[in-house]
Design a protein around this ligand. Sequence first.
Ligand SMILES: [Zn+2]
Length: 145
Amino acid sequence: MTEPTEAPAAPKPTRIAPIVTTDAKSFWDAADREEFVGQKCGDCNQFTFPPRPMCPHCHSLNRVEVPLSGYGTVHSWTIPRHPHPFGFKEAPIVAVIQLDEGIRFVSNVVGVAPEDVKMDMKVEVMFEPTMGKHKVPVFKPRGSK
Ligand SMILES: [Zn+2]
């Protein structure tokens, strides 16, 4: 008698879930849907990112969510080794990503060896699961799987 074949269970995510603030809730809700969004001022049309209640340019409270391309370049990066970051088997590459829209986003670079990360390396967004069934945007070398 043969046992029914079961797909191996995906390993449980160990990455910590995002801390969702009221101002950034729509950003994280979008990330759960694997959508990468930013926020613009509804009056002066400049980015107000990370999401916040008031435009830092014109003090308007009129906010508009806009889709982001998910493309950018590595502006700077570091690898926090001590203390070892909770939730990561290997220390992650923590990077400032210069998004094509002109704003910067702190994230992780994945799918590349630490020694191969380069300044201005072209990257694109992808989403990794976290504890609590959420997702966070991270960046991989553009065009890689
Ligand atoms: Zn404004």
